[in-house]
Design a protein around this ligand. Structure first.
Ligand code: PRP
Ligand code: URA
Length: 206
């Protein structure tokens, strides 16, 4: 399943992020706000279960999330989505996957992985602003699957058709949520029109 969240507020904030004149502070703040809006949309499809509770007026049936939530940002840029999602799901636990893309081959290389327990019983959101070739997200999802995760959603800001296709082939069971589906990759593996290098723009490293 691929869902592109064409929400006016998300589009507005994403346009600020795409603009090359936007500096680190505004880039990061808009990403944080989009993360919260995206989480709101993604959680529309999350199952709930009934619970018996007592209000001050008497008994009733309420609802709670059926599974605990684990957020897995792909380092570095995925960290930019973490706080916004956690504001809506403050009980979520957090795992990390460290991957960097070789600039020549575009192959992802793993340098860190740390996960909470019970991934098999959780809804796992793997998050990264960019889905370019798809290599990084495909590897990150393989890592969480190797630790038992079965209920996985991929949340990215901007995707390329090439990355979506590769992801759907590698992990057809994973739902993909994007704020925008862009045109293509360029010859150095960047998304066009995209927003440039997300990690560099979040952390001011270039
Ligand atoms: C970027 C981005 C994704 C990856 C996407 O990370 O944040 O993780 O590239 O590209 P792919 O779909 O072709 O794998 P990068 O490797 O630049 O690392 P960084 O987050 O540390 O900047
Ligand atoms: N990584 C980024 O940060 N931007 C792209 O366009 C592609 C990969």
């Amino acid at each position: 399943m691929l869902e592109v969240l064409n929400h006016p507020l998300i589009l507005h904030k994403l346009t600020i992020m795409r603009n090359k004149e936007t500096g680190t502070k505004d880039f990061r703040e808009n990403l944080d706000e989009i993360a919260e809006l995206m989480a709101y949309e993604v959680f529309r499809n999350i199952p709930v279960r009934p619970v018996n509770i007592e209000t001050p007026m008497g008994p009733t049936v309420g609802y709670e999330l059926d599974k605990p939530v684990v957020i897995v940002p792909i380092l570095r840029a995925g960290v930019g989505l973490l706080d916004g999602i956690r504001r809506l799901v403050p009980t979520a636990r957090v795992g990390f996957v460290g991957l960097y893309r070789d600039e020549e081959t575009l192959e992802p290389h793993e340098y860190f992985a740390k996960f909470p327990k019970d991934l098999d019983k959780s809804t796992v959101l793997v998050v990264d602003p960019m889905l370019a070739t798809g290599g990084s997200a495909i590897d990150a999802i393989k890592l969480v699957k190797d630790r038992g995760a079965r209920n996985i959603k991929l949340v990215c800001l901007v995707g390329a058709p090439e990355g979506v296709k590769a992801m759907q082939q590698a992990h057809p069971d994973v739902d993909i949520y994007l704020a925008a589906l862009d045109d293509c990759l360029n010859d150095i593996g960047y998304i066009v029109p995209g927003l440039g290098d997300a990690g560099d723009r979040i952390f001011g490293t270039k």
